[in-house]
Ligand binder design. Structure first.
Ligand code: NAD
Length: 278
């Protein structure tokens, strides 16, 4: 894992390109699962208030023996807490549950258009950034139209937009927009949640060609596409397997075959219409 490349965010902070996601990991299992991930070499962990496992995640970070500055911790503000002052309170509560005095990245989880509060919310993130309590700030599930408005009304360009992205939903418009504005693209559900994607014949054939698993070649596709990628597993062998992706490379034929898999098919909600917690 010493080979895990970093990407440099638009404020100079280095973020590991491969991290570990903990959605749907119960809080009482999170400490063990995250400890396994850190032992397997991951240095970046992606949690959220919604996941209700910030406590277990933070315990693993503190108990890991890895210096805090060598780890990269992301958490996210839940929709119901959007608004300037409520965000400041929610951030304090997240830090408290994590048992940390700063996070590396703080994200607005969804734009929640019906609430129309993401601009005020983001101003609170700018304050948290200026206080050094987050090393970088950004958003998740923002469409280009949300980013346009945000950048028009605030001063700090988001460092990251974490969006649903996998070979069957390659998000070319968002990726081009991010590239143009210096925003890193982070892929959620990078394995397509382990559903049909890992059985797609093209993916299976590429995996066989390299003597690797389907999950490994998909993670490799993300890395070579320039995405930050945060696969999730609670199974120790898979946690290790998903990190063992630096000893091979996809070639131009593989990348062309992956390019043909895009169906524009979302597994999760459309951010323009998702208003949970409004
Ligand atoms: P994923 O695409 O990472 O798939 C995880 C699933 O794939 C596992 O539960 C398992 O069933 C399977 N899997 C994992 N490794 C495997 C392997 N080696 N072989 C075979 N199957 C394997 O899905 P995800 O958890 O939805 O996404 C990853 C992370 O992205 C989450 O944990 C979370 O941190 C983040 N996320 C963010 C948002 C958001 O709105 N910002 C939404 C969803 C997920």
């Amino acid at each position: 894992m010493s080979q895990v490349p970093s990407i440099t965010l638009n404020n100079g902070v280095e973020m590991p390109q491969l991290g570990f996601g903990v959605w749907q990991v119960p809080d009482d299992e999170a400490a063990k699962v995250v400890a396994t991930a850190i032992e397997s070499g991951y240095r970046s962990i992606d949690t959220a208030t919604l996941y209700e496992n910030e406590r277990g995640t933070g315990q693993a970070v503190s108990a890991s023996g890895v210096p805090r500055e060598d780890l990269f911790v992301t958490t996210k503000l839940w929709n119901s807490e959007q608004g300037h002052d409520s965000t400041l309170r929610a951030f304090d509560a997240s830090l408290d549950r994590l048992g940390l005095d700063y996070v590396d990245l703080y994200l607005i989880h969804w734009p929640v258009p019906a609430k129309d509060a993401y601009v005020d919310t983001y101003r609170a993130l700018e304050r948290i950034l200026s206080e050094g309590r987050a090393r970088a700030i950004g958003v998740s599930n923002f469409l280009p139209e949300h980013l346009e408005r945000l950048m028009g009304e605030t001063s700090v360009v988001p460092a990251v937009n974490q969006i649903e992205l996998h070979p069957q939903l390659q998000q070319p418009e968002s990726r081009a927009f991010h590239a143009e504005h210096g925003i890193a693209t982070e892929a959620w559900s990078p394995l397509g949640q382990g559903k049909g994607l890992l059985e797609v014949p093209t993916v299976v054939a590429i995996a066989q060609k390299h003597g690797r698993s389907a999950a490994q070649v998909v993670i490799r596709w993300h890395l070579q596409t320039g995405n930050v990628v945060i696969p999730k597993s609670v199974t120790p062998s898979r946690i290790k397997e998903n990190a063992d992706v630096f000893g091979f490379e996809l070639d131009a034929d593989d990348l062309a075959a992956f390019a043909a898999l895009d169906e524009g098919k979302r597994l999760g909600p459309n951010p323009g219409e998702f208003n949970a917690g409004a």
